[in-house]
Write a protein that binds this ligand. Structure first.
Ligand code: THG
Length: 524
């Protein structure tokens, strides 16, 4: 059984879905890769050519430095570790065997076997427990003949370098052709397409302005036409330049946006790990910002626990409330079981859903939860409400606690805050009529006529549009002097709300619920 699963489940992504899922593994950790998943970092530091200190220790036959590097890179966020022991003057085969054995005794991180010598690669594969990644094979016949049968025999995945006896093609078409050649040969050998990662080859922008662009274009082309995984040795891009981290980080971000599966990087560099986190989020590869929040807020994402199967818990009403807090997709299943047991829907709503939302609201106000978590909980409880409604007969419909007409005032097109309020209020058992954004005073008036709401919510996010708030209130009160108003939005303050004649100022979605309940209490 696997102790940890570093990967996520397949998840929605606007880009093209891969045909097959791809995995690499140690004996206890599986890493799933894919252009819609978090890109995975391969720690590059076990490489004596580039790191003189490591070279020195290996020449003295000391492996403790190597072991420390393996451990530290894992701590710093590496999902995989590249093991390169290419150093004149050492018995590489023997050293590889010892290094693999030592590392996998103490560290769970799956390994990437980096050697040009097929004998060394085979020795590593024999001792490695898991699904390794071979770094690498290239388009030369001799390389393919030596490496591909090894990959097949040991069930390993391969990195396919897009170069051959003629060197590195300048253009993306040239590199694609080599990738295609290696793929054809590998599949003939019985290797799955899911086990091939194409290295599109990074060259320094220090000598050619367009080299990084060509590599990114190659990534796009390989993904589109071959549907293979893609890997890049990121730090090559800045060779010969000062302050290399800046260049590496920007390049990594662009590559991540275009679907890079694996990045060979130094995870000790915050430029790199920051770019990795943020670019993954921007690229839509970090579900509900789970990874970003985990690394930047102490609280882990609500949704991330799903993959761990921790939702298999007792079915009681408190479980529903915990699932709202966590944003668990299992909630409908739990509610179905509770209904089956005869628990009344209203109990599920009040002690489960609403209790959970209150908790989320508190965490948000305390700064422990962030917007993506609030959104996720709102989505999950909306799903739960819809399900509960669908299970009730016509005569049993849940009585609404009241009606809110809400909209963003004229001239203002920012509606994220308003949308949050809308969902939260709906989830608390109110009917919500959302008029959208850029809503005129006249449109608000028409809605009041039609729905006779308990509250009208006015949202404004800009200083230039917030002056609409008192105008709308005055306009409607000409016809409905008793109408209650709520207002809020980035620039709106309690003082401005009072001055505008609103009945309640709402700081955020969670606060809105409290304001509404208080106004209702007072109205009785
Ligand atoms: N593709 C594939 N494999 C690769 C590469 C690639 N393996 C090797 C290399 N490129 C990626 N690995 C490293 C490892 C260490 C360093 C860079 C790349 C490194 N470089 C510092 C430098 O160049 O300034 C040296 C620092 C030092 O001397 O300590 O550390 O592209 N498939």
């Amino acid at each position: 059984e696997y102790k940890r699963v570093l990967s996520e489940k397949a998840q929605p992504f606007s880009g093209k879905k891969e045909e097959q899922r791809r995995f690499l593994a140690s004996k206890s950790v599986i890493v799933e890769t894919g252009s819609h998943l978090l890109p995975k970092m391969i720690g590059e530091r076990i490489n004596p050519t580039a790191r003189k200190k490591l070279a020195g220790s290996l020449l003295k036959n000391e492996l403790s430095y190597l072991q420390d590097e393996a451990y530290m890179q894992t701590e710093q966020g590496a999902h995989l570790l590249d093991i390169n022991l290419g150093l004149p003057g050492i018995n590489q085969k023997e050293m590889m065997r010892e290094a693999i054995s030592l590392i996998q005794q103490s560290i769970d991180t799956p390994l990437v076997i980096d050697s040009t010598d097929p004998d060394v690669i085979e020795e590593a594969l024999r001792y490695y427990q898991g699904k390794a990644l071979i770094n690498s094979v290239n388009g030369e016949a001799a390389s393919m003949e030596a490496i591909l049968p090894l990959a097949k025999r040991y069930g390993a995945a391969i990195i396919a370098l897009t170069l051959d006896e003629n060197g590195i093609p300048e253009t993306k078409e040239g590199r694609l052709e080599i990738a295609q050649r290696i793929m054809d040969r590998a599949t003939k050998e019985g290797i799955s397409k899911a086990d091939i990662y194409v290295d599109c080859l990074v060259m320094t922008v220090g000598t050619n302005d367009l080299s990084a662009r060509e590599t990114i274009e190659t990534v796009k082309l390989v993904k589109e036409t071959l549907g293979l995984g893609v890997v890049l040795g990121v730090s090559n891009v800045s060779h010969g330049l000062p302050v290399r981290g800046k260049v590496n980080a920007a390049f990594l971000a662009v590559a991540i946006y275009h679907g890079l599966d694996l990045a060979i990087v130094n995870p000790d560099n915050p430029d790199i790990t920051n770019a990795w986190e943020a670019a993954s989020l921007i690229a839509g590869r970090d579900t509900h910002a789970g990874n970003y929040l985990k690394r930047n807020s102490g609280e882990s994402s609500a949704g991330s626990s799903d993959a761990m199967g921790s939702d298999q818990e007792t079915t009681d009403v408190e479980a529903v409330s915990r699932q709202v807090v966590r944003g668990s997709g299992q909630i409908v299943k739990t509610i179905a079981a509770l209904l089956e047991e005869g628990v009344p829907p209203l109990t599920i709503i009040n002690q489960g859903l609403i209790a959970g939302l209150d908790e989320v609201g508190k965490k948000f106000e305390a700064g422990e939860f962030y917007l993506p978590q609030l959104m996720l909980s709102a989505e999950v409880s909306q799903k739960a409400f819809d399900f509960l409604e669908s299970q009730l007969g016509e005569d049993q419909k849940i009585a609404s606690k009241g009606t809110l007409v809400i909209g963003t005032v004229k001239g203002d097109v920012h509606d994220i805050g308003k949308n949050m309020v809308s969902v939260m209020v709906k989830n608390h058992g109110y009917r919500v009529i959302d008029l959208g954004k850029n809503v005129s005073a006249e449109e608000f008036l028409m809605a009041v006529k039609e729905y006779q709401p308990d509250f009208v919510g006015l949202s404004a996010l800009m200083t230039t549009t917030m002056t609409e708030i008192p105008e709308v209130i005055a306009h409607i009160r000409k016809t409905y002097p008793e109408q209650m108003f709520l207002c809020g939005g980035a620039v709106v303050t309690q003082a401005y709300s009072d001055q505008s004649g609103a009945n309640g100022y709402c700081r955020d979605a969670a606060h809105t619920i409290r304001v509404i309940e208080k106004l209702k209490e007072e109205g009785r």
